[in-house]
Design a protein around this ligand. Structure first.
Ligand code: NAP
Length: 280
């Protein structure tokens, strides 16, 4: 049996178990996926013999960066992004991957949107925005990143890291109305990568709806609610909308490819997540 699981703190809210268990049942795969609440001070102890117990792990907040010191190797994406959300153990060797960015790109592809050659305006410069930016660049997109807190220089640091590590163009701007007014008309895709609009603050949005136009693609990585205020208003303005459920499902699907070498039933994974969100 393949033992898989998620480590993080907390892990109770995670959709991964529901999503992966649905795949194992449907494909009759002998595997289990458990949730493991690991405190920061317990991470070293947990990782010591994890390779003997697990075929693979997912990693979530707060361990995505810290866990890298316990791994034998990293994928190109994980190295660029500087964080790991998926680990594979094989023949005593551990390798870390980051499937968040791939999940984002594939969630757009799922809706018929190819990021290659597109201009993406990314709102936020945290962990998810890092993954989205690097993966989009690797797939041939151009990115502009805007972030709220200027004193932290998060967007500037990310953009300069992208330029240094990939030799590609990346711009950083403050997140304010002037920037959005100037940048949204130039963008093909708007990627919202902050928690704004997430349950229970469902009425919040950072994007004034009058700036959204027909033909723009608006992707929100918030998945609870499935249709955020941003997506609802963007849809009403004629934009093509992509929900955060897609990123969640496709990062998980990529994990299953890495761990088990299977092509997972992505539609069933969407269904499992939507049913689970609906029951909350
Ligand atoms: P993070 O590392 O903590 O970064 C949060 C980002 O949001 C920062 O750029 C922060 O800006 C910005 N932000 C927070 N509150 C804001 C506000 N009120 N106004 C403007 N900007 C604000 O978090 P993360 O890991 O990137 O995750 C962000 C969200 O994405 C979370 O809701 C998470 O659940 C979701 N997510 C979804 C998926 C998926 O699969 N769909 C995957 C990963 C994450 P400052 O620097 O100015 O604070």
């Amino acid at each position: 049996m393949d033992r898989l699981g998620l480590i993080g703190h907390p892990v109770g809210h995670s959709m991964s178990q529901v999503m992966h268990s649905r795949v194992f049942r449907e494909m009759e795969i002998n595997a289990e996926y458990g949730l493991h609440d690991v405190l920061p001070e317990e991470l070293g102890f947990f990782m010591k013999d994890a390779g003997e117990k697990f075929s693979g792990l997912n990693v979530t907040i707060p361990h995505k960066v810290e866990v890298m010191q316990y791994l034998d190797g990293l994928s190109r994406e994980a190295e660029l992004i500087g964080a790991v959300n998926t680990i594979k153990y094989s023949d005593g060797v551990s390798r870390g991957y980051n499937t968040d960015g791939i999940g984002f790109v594939k969630s757009l592809a799922h809706e018929g949107v190819d990021v290659a050659g597109k201009r993406i305006l990314i709102v936020g410069a945290g962990g998810a925005a890092r993954a989205i930016s690097f993966q989009s660049i690797l797939e041939g997109a151009e990115v502009t990143i805007c972030n709220r807190r200027q004193e932290m220089q998060m967007a500037e640091n990310l953009a300069s890291e992208i330029r240094e590590k990939t030799g590609r163009k990346a711009e950083a701007l403050p997140l304010d109305r002037d920037t959005l007014k100037e940048q949204i008309p130039k963008a093909d895709i708007l990627a919202h990568a902050t928690p704004v609009g997430m349950h229970p603050n469902k009425d919040s949005t950072l994007i004034p709806c009058e700036l959204v136009r027909e033909g723009l693609v608006v992707a929100d990585i918030v998945y609870n609610p499935v249709e955020t205020r941003l997506l609802r208003e963007a849809g009403q303005a004629g934009a093509k909308i992509v929900s955060g459920v897609g990123m969640l499902v496709h990062q998980g699907a990529q994990g299953l490819r890495i761990w088990l070498g299977i092509e997972p039933p992505v539609e069933s994974m969407y269904k499992a997540v939507l049913e689970n969100l609906g029951s909350k």
